[in-house]
Every structure is written in structure tokens, then in C-alpha cells.
Design a protein around this ligand. Sequence first.
Ligand code: IFM
Length: 443
Amino acid sequence: MTGGRFPDRFLWGTATAAHQVEGGNHANDWWAWEQVPGHIKNNDRSDPACQHYERYISDFDLLRSLHQNAHRLSLEWSRIEPAPGKFSSTALAHYRDVLQALGDRGMEPFVTLHHFTNPTWIANAGGWDAPGTAEYFARFAERVTDALGDLARYWITINEPTVIAYQGYVRGEWPPGRRDLGAAVRVLATLLRGHWLAYERIKRRRPELQVGLAHHLRVFDPARWFAPQDRVVAAAFGRVFNETILRSLRQGRLVFPLTRAGKRSGPRHSQDFIGVNYYTRELVKFNHRYGAELFGERMLPAEARRSDLKWELYPDGLYRTLLSLRRERRPIFITENGIADAQDTMRPEFLLTHVGAMLRAIESGAPVRGYFHWTCFDNFEWAEGYSAKFGLIACDPLTQERRPRPSARLYAQICLTNQVPASVEPPPAPPRSVEPAGPADLR
Ligand code: IFM
């Protein structure tokens, strides 16, 4: 690696989601889910998380001192609209203060409207399996645009729609805990409609805003390159998990398999930028027992470097993903990329190799304009509770002490110099054999 520079005005930041950091979010479906023993590791709960709702000023000061010039956060729908059509001026005023605080520090805000949680009243009405939710979401987006649209230029409608459908309706490990493929397809179709409606309303109110969606994109390779059946199922995974939403948004209509939920359409090219959440790759092996998972058993290369959650460190996947996105002809932001690593032994390598892969992709023509590391502070990692530590900065939910890990300083150096430090060892050679993956979740 050469120590090449990133383009001028490149954005460097970290990303969070309201429910994972704020604490005190008791009016949504996740909070209800957390009350049931066994749903969350160690029966952890999202309150207090990082108490970021109260501590955002000192938190932003800390991030700014680490030379970050951008920040991604989400608004908690259940705070802003705790009951249908009743919008809280207190919550909106709070988020105005939050966005203003970022602006005051010279940090470009990226605002997510929906990051996994639904207000209790939405969940009770059927969540995203109820067609009307798309309209409710669009109304929320419109209201928020009116209240906050002057304070942020970049808006993300929905975070990781495929993960919502998969974890909540295929695996049943997240709310609402269902295992119903038909429902998963309907949910994805409604999420897309929610994006389309929100995109149109936001642009109608404020055409200057840049509106996108954060896609969880994962590389799926055949476990055995010589086995045609593995190649077929790996391609099917890529098609369904990575391609369906992108193609539907490009074409302005649902594409297969979402057409099974009926015909729906929206504006073509309804993304002003592409948000990429990239973490890892998986190898896929044909297995007839995995009917509900496209007949693909997901595996990990046996000698893979892996995170605390047993996700492979695979920086080349980011490079490959970014190159494949050139065809979208849209600016790209890495809206998430990170690693669960409590000891911070792998994070420095993860950072350097992924940022290096991003630079290579830029040099090959991928229009990447910014990078948000997931995440600044250890936080509430959904079903993993506080056990998975993704933070550049350790955060103890009991004491609320923030302790920057060595990789926080490494990242600060990258942000400050706008380049990859020169003395980076090349990543290890790719492994040859495979073994079954850990818990088969797709986040
Ligand atoms: O913590 C999550 C985030 O909410 C969505 N993307 C993946 C992250 C790590 O699992």
C-alpha cells in the first residue's frame, strides 16, 4: 500500500443509531422485545446504552477532537411521533439541537429516518407487514423534513431493509419474531414503497436535499469454485440479498422475487447517493436441507481472520462491492464498516485494510465521497446486547466512562491526514479450506 491520499473534502466520521446509543427509548418494538427473557444475550436492555440523548454535546466534542468531520445518526421515530399523527415538539427541538451541535463543530450530519425500530403503535398495527406503514413513514419523513431539513443535507430513509426482513421474518430472531418467507417478501416490498414515498415527499419539500438508503451489502462466494451448484446458490444469495433493492430502485418497480408481493412502482433512480454498509463475506455451499435459505449453507474459510462475532475480515469484499456499484452512477458513501473486537487487536488491521481497499476502489473509478466507521462507542448491538464491542471508543453502560481504544487514534490520524498511513502490511493470503459459519445472521 502506498499511503495515497483521498479526494479533497472527503468525509470521515462514525455512525450510530438512536436505539443503540440514546437510552430511554421505551415506546418502540425493540424495547418490548428486550423485555422477553432469552431474546437478548445476557438479557441486556437498550436502556441506558450510552446515554447519548443527554451526553451528545460532550460526545461530539470527543469525536471532533479525533478529527472527524462528519457524523451519521438516526432519529427515533417513536420519540418524534409517539402516537399516530401526534408529533412531539420537544423531541423535534432536541434533534434540532443535536444537528445544530454537529454544524457548530463543522461536522456534516447524515440523518437516518428509520434504523430498525418502529413506534409501538406502528408495530401493533402490523409493522412493515401492513401496507399502510409505508404511508405513515412518508408522513413522518415529511414532518421531519419541515422541522429539520435546514440543518442536514444528507438523508437516509431506511437502514438495511433486507436485514429487517431477514432477521425479523426469516430467522425470527428480531421483532416481530416471525418465520414466514411470504411475509418477508411483503415487508421488503412495503419498505421499498416507504422509501419511494419518503423520497418523493422529502424532495418535494426540499429539492436540494440528498436522499439515499443504507444497503447492507455482503459478498457471497461459492464454497467450492469447482461445484456448479455452489456457484448457483452463491449467485442467488447475491441476487436476492444485494441486488433486489438496488435494481428495484434503479428501475422504479419491484423486481423478482418482490413481484410476488404484487406490482408496485415508484420514481426511477430514487437514490441521490448509495449508502453502503459493508462488513464481511460468506461462502455458500449447496445444501438441500436449507430450503428456507435458498438452499445455501453459509460457511467461513477455515483459516479466516475473524471478529468476535466470527465474521471474516475480508477487505477485498469492500473493493469488489464498490467496483460493482460504479454502474449506479451515483456518489457512494460507506455508511457503515466496522468490527466487533473487544480487545482492539484486529481493529487496527481492519481499519487500515478496509480504508486501503476503499482507496483502491476510488483509484479504479468508484465515486466514494465519505466513510463512516461503525461505530464510535460500544453500544447496544441488538440481539447481542452489550457483548459485541464495535466501538473505536469503549463505553461501559454502568459507569458511562468513554475510553478511546488505540484504533480511535489510528482512525484520527487517517481523518486528519486524509490518507492511509504508509507502513501497512499487506493482508494475509486468502485461505483455502472452509468450515461452517457461526450464527447465521445477516446484519
Ligand atoms: O449495529 C449494526 C447496525 O445497527 C446495522 N448494521 C450492522 C451493525 C453491526 O452489526
